[in-house]
Write a protein that binds this ligand. Structure first.
Ligand code: GLU
Length: 464
């Protein structure tokens, strides 16, 4: 059995976007499925658009997601010597040739073809053929190197997502593989890299379908084995348009900032273009076990923020409360949370996480435990009326000795209510105002249990 080797090959021209992260996830999981190797390759030959910040953003995003590469990162800019070497080998072997046509001449050729209704392409002036006399080499002109694309026949591959794709060779130009200054061009570098890195499976966005026949022809020309290709349909917004900023965050690293957990993001991305029966929630171990390139979706996936929120909530509920606390604490500190004397954060989050879609929502909701309570006087007057005051006094007395856990607190409150013929909200509402300054909180016994007895006493006594 072949050893599986996959690669994620982003161009560092921006952030790591959701589509890129999904590609990386699939490449990673497929390698893991077969105990293979996952390679990170940075395609940084576009000097004008590539930046070191973008490289960092990609690496940071992959680290956050936990998509660890086994080899790399390899940088194409550091492989220039190797590309030059292969260009030379191809020139020597006659699978590439020098072309001295000037850019103006090439443009004129294209114009002529357009005018006669043909597909604009290089006309093969400098393409050597047996028995063909080439023009005289113009003085002072540095040539480009063109690939000698086969003239006849077709290129066909069995795409693991899209099925068989066939392109006639006559649809393809003799691609420039090296510019006059010797720098290699995109499709050529990808082919050489996939060869050198012994890539067995290329999974990438379907914006690369048009590049694949060119890369296959180059790989054939240099005698490289062909990887299997799979082109993933793009991710659309809920409105069916290409996913963009309008649909919310497109950069993966915006998600931790908004309070999403990496496992929720991974689970969400895994389902965005692939399915395993009706399974919606699964671990990455399961995903790696299942992900064998079957069940990939042919049609474009639609990004659905509500579903991501739902998943994030599921994972928040599963998450360890101490971990949630370390994620929520920095945000709460910037919002002025007073952690002294107030309940420990982990159990508070445990109590409140049921309904939180994000860590940020959870942190904001938990703030009610960490502010000096300032109840609206009108609300207080309404809820802490004369019928309730004697009950509050008895409550304060009982608080001094009651066992400090939820069932005992609940039983004590019930007794106080019965003694004063009150209903639960009549005591619970003013207590909430007194303890945390607002009416919406989790169950009063659960809230009480989290506070220190002394803090509760001090706050209640102010109103006696
Ligand atoms: N660098 C390309 C991109 O970021 C990917 C190329 C590939 O996967 O072959 O779209």
């Amino acid at each position: 059995m072949t050893v599986v080797r996959t690669r994620f090959a982003p161009s560092p021209t921006g952030y790591l976007h959701l589509g890129g992260a999904r590609t990386a996830l699939y490449c990673w999981a497929f390698a893991r499925h077969f105990g293979g190797t996952f390679i990170l390759r940075i395609e940084d030959t576009d000097l004008e658009r590539s930046t070191p910040e973008a490289v960092r953003a990609i690496i940071e995003g992959m680290e956050w997601l936990g998509l660890h590469h086994d080899e790399g990162p390899f940088y194409q800019m550091q492989r220039m010597e190797r590309y030059r070497q292969v260009v030379k080998q191809m020139l020597d072997a006659g699978t590439a040739y020098h072309c001295y046509s000037s850019p103006e001449e090439v443009e004129a050729m294209r114009e002529r073809m357009r005018a006669s209704g043909d597909k604009p392409r290089y006309d093969g002036t400098w393409r050597p053929e047996p028995g063909k006399a080439l023009p005289a080499v113009p003085a002072d002109r540095t040539p480009v190197v063109r690939f000698k694309n086969p003239l006849d026949g077709e290129v066909s591959w069995d795409d693991v997502v899209k099925g068989t794709i066939t392109i006639a060779n006559k649809e393809m130009d003799d691609l420039v593989i090296a510019r006059p200054d010797g720098t290699p061009t995109y499709n050529f570098c990808v082919a050489v890299d996939d060869w050198d890195m012994q890539i067995t499976h290329v999974l990438r966005g379907d914006d690369h379908v048009n590049n694949t026949p060119r890369q296959i022809n180059i790989l054939n020309a240099i005698g490289a084995p062909l990887p299997k290709y799979g082109h993933l349909p793009m991710i659309l917004g809920a409105d069916g348009e290409k996913l963009s900023k309008r649909h919310g965050a497109v950069s993966v690293m915006d998600y931790p900032a908004q309070g999403y957990l990496p496992e929720a993001m991974l689970n969400y991305l895994a389902r965005l273009g692939w399915s395993h029966g009706d399974d919606e929630i699964f671990t990455m171990e399961q995903f790696c076990q299942w992900f064998d390139l079957n069940n990939l979706t042919k049609s474009p996936a639609q990004f659905n923020p509500e579903k991501l929120n739902w998943l994030n909530n599921q994972y928040i509920k599963l998450a360890d409360n101490d971990r949630l606390a370390s994620l929520a604490r920095p945000r709460m500190l910037t919002e002025g949370a007073e952690f002294n004397h107030n309940p420990p954060l982990a159990p508070v989050l445990g109590l409140m996480k049921e309904r939180a879609n994000t860590i940020n929502e959870l942190a904001d909701a938990a703030m009610l435990f960490y502010r000096t309570p300032q109840a609206d006087p009108a609300l207080l007057a309404q809820h802490l009326n004369d019928a309730v005051k004697p009950a509050l006094a008895q409550f304060a007395e009982r608080i001094e000795t009651v066992e400090w856990h939820k069932p005992a607190l609940a039983a004590m409150i019930k007794e106080v209510l019965t003694a004063h013929s009150l209903k639960m909200p009549q005591l619970a509402m003013p207590l909430r105002l007194i303890l945390v300054g607002q009416l919406q909180t989790p169950a009063i016994d659960a809230v009480l249990e989290l506070f220190d007895r002394d803090v509760v006493l001090a706050r209640v006594r102010k109103y006696l």
